[in-house]
Design a protein around this ligand. Structure first.
Ligand code: ATP
Length: 242
């Protein structure tokens, strides 16, 4: 059997003396959509940062195609086919939509992972074509999120890490953004979705992991996982609603 695209093995992460992850094991197959849910502070963003090389972790704790990559520099992870849509988007203010996207095109290290081009990104989010010359700070929050996703895709990722892409956006805009998720995975890019909205996460994903206090408390196929099981895993068994 071939190795999964991404796997973590007893992943432990710390901020100084504070331990945020306690032995996390997850797997993502090529093209799969995996949701990561859990309350504030559960460790979801820390898990993404650990995978992306933004926190120091041991090499064996993160594997890509079965090969140890934990603790690699973020730019090496991008070259290996991993990209992140960070919480808060982090666009280049003062630059147009197109220039924000072109930064990624100019730095893309490989042509795998969906063969994303500016045209394909504009096909995914037609609004961005209309606004291509507009400075990003003049866009709505939802449009900025589309630029952030497009920029990440132009790095040609085989794995896209999305950190709370619906945060602070109106429901209509969230729907619009989530409609793009199946097309992204069909183009060959696997996705990890960190999402606060459990219903949305469940409906958008193939599989899910629930985290609580730095540990995975539940995993399963999204369509087969009950609300009760998620409630217990999300809040801890002692807080589960009967
Ligand atoms: N830079 C940091 N320094 C110290 N502690 C941190 C730092 N970032 C996160 N933490 C702590 O690590 C734990 C996990 O945080 P993390 O951001 O991964 O949670 P999360 O599940 O993504 O939640 P949220 O939805 O609030 O982002 C929390 O207790 C948080 O306070």
């Amino acid at each position: 059997m071939s190795a999964p695209l991404l796997s973590t093995h007893g992943l432990v992460a710390r901020y100084g003396d504070f331990q945020a992850l306690y032995g996390v094991d997850i797997e993502v197959a090529a093209g799969e959509i995996v949701a990561l849910i859990g309350a504030n502070g559960a460790g979801k963003s820390t898990l993404l940062k650990s995978v992306m090389g933004l926190l120091p972790v041991a090499p064996d704790m993160v594997r890509l195609d079965g090969r140890p990559v934990g603790g690699s520099q973020p730019y090496r992870m991008v070259s290996a086919g991993v990209a992140i849509v960070p919480e808060g988007r982090r666009l280049f203010a003062g630059m147009s939509v197109e220039d924000n996207l072109r930064v990624a095109v100019d730095h893309a290290a490989r042509a795998e992972g969906g063969g994303w081009t500016l045209d394909k990104v504009f096909g995914l989010f037609p609004m961005l074509r209309e606004k291509r010359s507009t400075p990003v700070q003049s866009l709505s929050g939802g449009q900025q999120q589309m630029v952030a996703i497009g920029r990440a895709l132009l790095n040609q990722p085989r794995l896209l890490l999305c950190d709370e892409i619906s945060l602070g956006l109106a429901p209509k805009v969230v729907r619009e953004i989530y409609q793009s998720i199946p097309s992204i995975s069909q183009a060959g890019t696997a996705i990890i979705l960190v999402e606060q909205d459990v219903g949305l996460a469940q409906s958008a994903s193939d599989r899910l992991y629930c985290m609580l206090e730095g540990r995975v408390t539940l995993t399963g196929r999204s369509s087969e996982t009950s609300r009760d099981a998620i409630g217990a895993a999300y809040f801890g068994a002692s807080h589960a609603v009967a």
